[in-house]
Design a protein around this ligand. Structure first.
Ligand code: EPZ
Length: 418
């Protein structure tokens, strides 16, 4: 298993480019299943999760072609003959559930393994199933698989019990080819949902309201090919902003935008950072020591749960005490015990973490448990005294493209040990 060695104490400075958004690219690649014409996607991030999904699509019969640097992907789903997503594939990446909606919509049948839980929570998919049933699908869950069948989906009014990002995305894709209009209420408003909607519209879908909590989809007989550019990754952007902030650094991030990060930018300004917003770049200049900032995660446009771990790391060495409340996932504080190994003063009480800033963290060996927890350990390692070794960094490779190269370009002393 690979490890990452970080020598703390370097102020990050310089400029890096932000990659395409993992959580937009994953549903968008699945959208190619909805048409028999080739679809080309650009700005696709080179990440393990993307590779896993492309292998899953190939197993179904999708023809995949990727340019040399991997950023442009063309998918041709005209020859799909196996609408099945096996446990072996789905257990490594739960976002594989996003093939369910498109497969049922285009082929009238799908067998997709239940994703199962992951480190941060049980993560059921009952809302995905409830929505497909509302659209007329006969859905059985047996032997760990979701088996859905229907001659043709019918438009329906769907009200999800809670805001679910991939649930909204799955149902929006399914509704594109349904007979009649589908209305999704209590829909997720995340920018990645909007990016998927824009891609589907480019393929001929009739969708309105994406970005709001009511999305209307008028079913059409077929979708056609298109070329679509994936949006920038707002969580990667926020992660590097936190890395610069905690080291008292000054960085410029290009190929990204602040428009999807208002809640995160506001909180970073509250810590004392100066942030300059350019058309498609962001600059951050940090003070010598940050001021602690409390936060509460919630669905977009509120503070994103995917940035909670990173803010716990910057609060660990900030001036004052911060209260962090995690309202989306039931077990998303596993980074806290690892940060405590580095000397952080954190008390957990249910879904609340009280973080008392300390003067300095001490480098140590820590273990990554999930994608964003790993990012928080990197942020802490960048500012800890001495050397920090992060184990199980395969979690990081799922969501951060060219991680060491980007950190090194900002001056960080970081090495990967295989
Ligand atoms: C998406 O996960 C993201 N993943 C997650 O990012 C992100 O943390 C999450 O949204 C919240 O923003 C992708 O987009 C691929 P949810 P998703 O359905 O869709 C419960 C990362 O680090 N729920 O919005 O799986 C669920 O348990 C990942 O990039 C049900 O109970 O999250 C959770 O408590 C981590 N039943 C809450 O809703 C359902 O049918 C929100 O989950 C669906 C969800």
């Amino acid at each position: 298993m690979d490890k990452l060695l970080i020598e703390g104490g370097v102020r990050l400075s310089g400029e890096i480019a932000i990659s395409g958004a993992k959580n937009a690219a994953l549903p968008i690649l699945c959208a190619a299943l909805l048409t028999k014409e080739p679809v080309t996607f650009t700005n696709v991030p080179r990440l393990n999760d993307i590779g896993t999904l492309l292998r899953l699509l190939e197993q179904m019969g999708v023809k995949v072609s990727r340019d040399s640097d991997g950023g442009t992907v063309t998918l041709d789903a005209s020859g799909v003959d196996n609408p099945v997503a096996s446990y072996e594939m789905v257990k490594t990446m739960r976002a594989s559930i996003l093939v369910l909606g498109p497969l049922v919509a285009r082929f009238g049948e799908a067998r997709v393994s239940l994703p199962g839980g992951c480190a941060i929570g049980a993560r059921p998919v009952d809302q995905h199933i409830k929505g497909l049933q509302a659209m007329g699908a006969c859905v059985k869950v047996e032997h760990g698989y979701v088996h859905a069948k229907v001659p043709r989906l019918k438009g329906a009014r769907i009200f999800t019990d809670m805001v679910t990002v991939t649930g909204t995305e799955n149902l929006m894709m399914a509704a594109c080819l349904a007979d009649g209009e589908t209305v999704i209420e209590n829909a997720a408003r995340e920018p990645e949902v909007v990016d998927l909607a824009n891609c589907l519209v480019a393929m001929g879908a009739q969708i309105s309201g994406a970005g709001g909590d009511v999305i209307r989809i008028k079913g059409v007989p077929a979708l056609h090919g298109a070329t679509y550019r994936v949006m920038p990754d707002r969580i990667e952007t926020g992660t590097y902003l936190c890395a610069a902030a905690v080291t008292g650094g000054e960085v410029r991030l290009t190929g990204t935008s602040a428009s999807y990060l208002d809640a995160v930018v506001d909180k970073l300004m509250d810590t004392g950072c100066e942030i300059t917003i350019e058309r498609d770049a962001l600059r951050l200049k940090a003070p010598a020591r940050l001021t602690a900032v409390s936060l509460r995660t919630a669905p977009y446009p509120a503070f994103p749960t995917d940035m909670q771990a990173q803010f716990m790391a910057i609060n660990a060495v900030a001036d004052g005490t911060a209260v962090i409340r995690e309202t989306i996932f039931e077990n998303r504080f596993m980074h806290a015990v690892e940060l405590q190994r580095l000397g952080a003063d954190i008390k957990i009480d249910g879904n609340m973490a009280v973080v008392k800033g300390v003067d300095r963290l001490e480098g140590a060996t820590v273990m990554a448990t999930d994608l964003r927890a790993s990012a928080s350990l990197i942020i802490a390692g960048l500012v800890a005294d001495g050397e920090t070794t992060i184990e199980r960094i395969y979690h990081l490779d799922r969501g951060y493209e060219k991680l060491e190269a980007k950190l090194a370009a900002l001056g960080a002393r970081v090495r990967r040990l295989s």
